[in-house]
Design a protein around this ligand. Structure first.
Ligand code: FAD
Length: 655
């Protein structure tokens, strides 16, 4: 009694296996309730569990990870409880069955928002009118999941999507479900397995035009959910994708276009969100111009991700495809400096504007001395290097603060520019670092030193950086995301002897100059939240006809998420301009997922291990920006593609 849920789950239970994320704990047996990650500090006692929407009950706990669908879980417990009903009183006998019907509808994608109110009504009637505790408590799992996981219910209802990829009627296959752009992974893998690379690539491009780029830098959400991973290791989808895209690298793609509609759309920002939206709208017959503030196109793909992971010729080739669709890209054209939204809409005749500005403003360190010469914001540093203005690093000692992709890229870039020592200072544990594990390992192999459970307290020096004062951290209570909060340990300060400090503690959108109000009214129109651009359910800002997409809306994310946003905003802009309504879960203009026939025996590939690409050795690569990862051989790529268990066939068989 009194110990926190988190202490039991992590310290006694050993945490969540296989690196997955904690999602919920169901306490008190099948009639108990589900408690979310935000409440891991809840102490285990009768009052606290009841206040959290759960019960002490039998004292049992069932811990579920991110792969559990909370609607499905509530249905599971409800099925058990309704079977147990003796049938004597109507609220329990009939109410339980009705609740089960509603949940079944939702998991099959047939639910409506009114169903949520119905769940609440039925639950209240059962809790008040049932004769015994079974009937009174049967709705608890449903009520608590609805209280804490309402968004998950809404995703099933509004988007016809099961975020956990568990509800079969809503999930083509887990990899497709996990891909933010919804790429038809099993189909292109099947075609690569048959050696039909061009056909495979065209399926990829239906939903994501950046196959060569994502084949190099995608965090591969699909692989994280791949069922093959439960047997041995996930299919190396990203590497197969890269092989597929590289086969067609020399064959320029000219996307098809519908006849012109005579309507103009402006896109501001040439990152993956802006370019994807521009491509789709151009394909559908709009005249699209992209305005880009920088002298190069590509957003963070051009000025964030370094060349050793994404060579510039690969990026350029995929941008050129988009230009061939008729998209005009105007470089050195900054919103707020060279033009305004009013100019675009009121004077230049654009019918709609998409703001895809990314997140390019670095957070400051916030310690004394963080304005000294030699303190560099990470994305500014990486941008300058990408634009050819390499800061002098030869022989310098560099400390990079942060644990994400940007921190790792900044550290590895400083190393490549000749820094004598590079240190990464991160305030939590290694497993908490948001950067990909492989990237962290690669940085270490290149000689970068990682200092965990440490945080800067002051930048020391007379006008310019001479040292960085840090403090040791210990881990305390759980934060909202389920990680333990780092807390400074008194009396543990130490100084690092460095000349450069690179702050990589996150980026936020730069919304200066985004004046959305119609001409004459001035101001930003109240359309921005403190950190991101606010949009409604149709991705529109407070100004009619002005939309937002990508990192500027979601906060710093990934290329494939930006592509998903670009696809979605294009559908919504088209609907707005054509006066159409987009129904929930509407697939927009994308073809239905195919289920290709299986042309070989899966058994033959049962014992095949995951393919590993060749990489440049750490000594050879750490002084150069040459691409590290090499493409798979044709044999390896085709074999790897056939390791796919073809979960999509299961769906076809179920239908
Ligand atoms: C160092 C680093 C490494 C990363 N590594 C990866 C990775 O390995 N894998 C991955 O998937 N993702 C990675 N990301 C994240 C990924 O690059 C971004 O999530 C993605 O590029 C966001 O796309 P976007 O189109 O929303 O914005 P961006 O790509 O940021 O593009 C926005 C564009 O808008 C332009 N712009 C901004 N303001 C204005 C204005 N006022 N007027 C005109 N133009 C403007 C910007 O110059 C920029 O070109 C990384 C990011 C960084 C910083």
């Amino acid at each position: 009694m009194g110990i926190s849920l988190g202490d039991i789950i992590y310290d006694i239970g050993g945490g969540i296996p296989r690196g997955r994320k904690f999602k919920a704990v169901q306490t008190g047996g099948p009639l108990g309730g589900c408690i979310p990650v935000t409440m891991l500090n809840t102490p285990i006692d009768y009052d606290s569990l009841t206040a959290a929407g759960a019960t002490m009950g039998s004292g049992g706990m069932i811990v579920v990870d991110e792969d559990t669908c909370m609607v499905e879980l509530a249905k599971f417990f409800l099925t058990f409880a309704t079977d147990e009903s003796c049938g004597q009183c109507t609220p329990c006998r009939v109410g339980g069955k009705q609740l089960l019907n509603v949940l079944t509808r939702i998991t099959e994608g047939k639910g409506t928002e009114e169903d949520l109110a119905l769940i609440e009504d039925l639950s209240n009637v059962m809790a008040e009118g049932s004769l015994c505790a079974l009937g009174k408590l049967t709705p608890s799992p449903v009520r608590s999941t609805l209280m804490h996981f309402r968004d998950e219910y809404l995703a099933h209802i509004r988007e016809k999507r099961c975020p956990a990829g568990r509800c079969q009627a809503l999930t083509h296959s887990r990899c497709v479900n996990a891909c933010p752009a919804g790429v038809d992974v099993p189909s292109y893998l099947a075609l690569v397995g048959e050696g039909k690379y061009a056909e495979a690539l065209s399926i990829h491009r239906e939903r994501n035009p950046f196959a060569a780029i994502c084949g190099r830098v995608c965090p591969a959400f699909c692989e994280q959910k791949c069922r093959r991973g439960e047997l041995d290791a996930p299919v190396a989808v990203r590497q197969v994708k890269r092989f597929m895209a590289d086969q067609e690298f020399k064959n320029p793609w000219t996307p098809t276009r519908l006849p012109s509609k005579g309507k103009k759309v402006a896109v501001v920002g040439s990152g993956p969100a802006g370019l994807t939206a521009a491509l789709r709208l151009a394909q559908w017959g709009y005249d699209v111009t992209v305005h880009e503030a920088l002298p190069v196109a590509g957003g963070m793909m051009a000025v964030g991700i370094p060349d050793y992971r994404l060579p510039k010729d690969v990026l350029q080739a995929e941008i050129d495809h988009i230009k061939r669709a008729g998209v005009e890209i105007k470089l050195n054209s900054r919103l707020g400096r060279d033009f305004t939204v009013d100019d675009l809409m009121d004077r230049q005749g654009y019918a709609a504007v998409i703001l895809a500005l990314g997140a390019h403003k670095d957070r400051r360190l916030g310690t004394p001395g963080d304005d000294k010469e030699g303190v560099l914001p990470a994305t500014t540093f990486l941008r300058e290097v990408a634009l050819g203005n390499r800061p002098a690093m030869q022989g310098k000692k560099v400390a990079v603060i942060g644990g994400g992709d940007t921190a790792i890229d900044a550290a590895r870039t400083a190393r490549r520019l000749g820094a004598a020592e590079v240190h990464i200072v991160y305030r939590r544990l290694r497993e908490d670092m948001p950067a990909l594990k492989e990237e962290v390992d690669a940085a270490e192999a290149e000689g970068i030193q990682i200092h965990l459970l440490a945080a800067p307290t002051e930048v020391l020096g007379n006008g310019k950086v001479e040292a960085l004062r840090c403090q040791r951290m210990v881990l305390g209570e759980f934060d909202e995301g389920g990680r333990r909060k780092p807390v400074p340990a008194a009396g543990t300060e130490f100084d690092m002897d460095v000349d450069v400090v690179i702050a990589a503690i996150g980026q936020v959108p730069d919304l200066d100059g985004v004046a959305l109000s119609p001409a004459g009214s001035g101001g930003a129109g109240g359309a921005t939240t403190s950190r991101t651009l606010a949009v409604d359910g149709s991705m529109m800002t407070s100004r009619p006809g002005v939309f937002g997409a990508g990192d500027v809306v979601t906060g710093a994310a990934t290329v494939v998420e930006a592509v998903g946003q670009g696809n979605r905003v294009a559908v919504l802009v088209d609907a707005y301009l054509e006066g159409k309504r987009v129904a929930p879960g509407d697939n927009g203009r994308w073809p239905d997922y195919r289920v290709l026939d299986l042309t070989y025996s899966l058994e033959e590939y049962a014992g095949v291990a995951r393919a590993k690409p060749v990489e440049l050795a750490a000594e050879a690569r750490s002084g150069s920006f040459v691409e590290i990862e090499q493409v798979l051989s044709e044999t390896d790529a085709r074999t790897e593609a056939r390791r796919c268990l073809r979960c999509d066939l299961e769906r076809r068989n179920a239908e």
